[in-house]
Design a protein around this ligand. Sequence first.
Ligand code: TRP
Length: 353
Amino acid sequence: MTRQPISLKPHTPRIFSGVQPTGNLHLGNYLGAIKRFAELQTSHECIYCVVDMHAITQGHDPLELRRATHEVTAAYIAAGVDVKKHIVFNQSQVSGHAELAWIFNCVARMGWANRMTQFKEKAGKDRENASVGLFAYPMLMAADILLYRATAVPVGEDQKQHLELTRDIAQKFNFDFAERIKALGLNSGDYFPLTEPLIAGPAPRVMSLRDGTKKMSKSDASDYSRINLTDDADAIAQKVRKAKTDPEPLPSEAEGLKGRPEAENLVTLFAALSGREAASILTEFGGGQFSTFKQALVDLAVASLAPIGDEMRRLVADPAMIDAVLFDGADRARAIAEPVMREVREIMGFVQR
Ligand code: TRP
């Protein structure tokens, strides 16, 4: 290996996260992830990835993948991520992701991957027919994170198990190759950091507007079940107005929301969008007409989301501009990843120029 100075001081605080370009982005994606991405950039160095390689594990339409890649990128920008200060790019442009994932496939154990609940859910009953890529998905995710030696990853509760696997992989790699890592002078046995999950306090569980017991989902047949991030003010207002409720007025205390999933969901939404506690919302609206509360929620949702939708529609109308952001981001991502990959190849004993 050409002995360049070690490019990265070990474990520079760094955030990495990713969103899959599949289907339309909705309010759940925004409140659960993208909104926080923008918040974290004031305190951290951030890398935000559009994980297009993760989006092909269950079959896909190439043109739709492209459209959705542009849409997720637009959402990052519209939410306020500064693409000059931080890095926004799509995964497939930086070959280190796939390369490190292969190495991690050989570090992780079948038993570890077999325990992943997301694989079980997504593979369903017909596991024989699931792609090998769907099984290997968590090792690619570990590679995404560790390729940049990211120290923290903002994710939803559902990704916690994948983060634990990432730590297990880092630990086993550090342990298995400890001697080689030391011999090469690449710090003492902790080449990869043990990445922390940043799970937002009580992450708002955003449910369907048609059925308060189901998660808001891009695959729900009814468009009235979700607020898409690209919806305009009229669409947002209509969907909130038509959101399912029950005949009772709102209770004055959170206790009273039990067994009323639709009412609870709308209060959760109000809380997430306003930054207020459910209790204070119920003090204000409890006992009153549901329609008064709904109108306030319409106003709030339109005020906070319509500007994002407007900006996203403006951005996706200019794909060349979005591509330029992704190309520039990929160049800067590669500049971090490539020195790490050179070291990893050296650790593995691969011959390289
Ligand atoms: N698996 C994540 C999800 O479905 C997406 C993802 C891929 C990711 N690679 C990542 C998230 C790395 C955080 C860090 O939400």
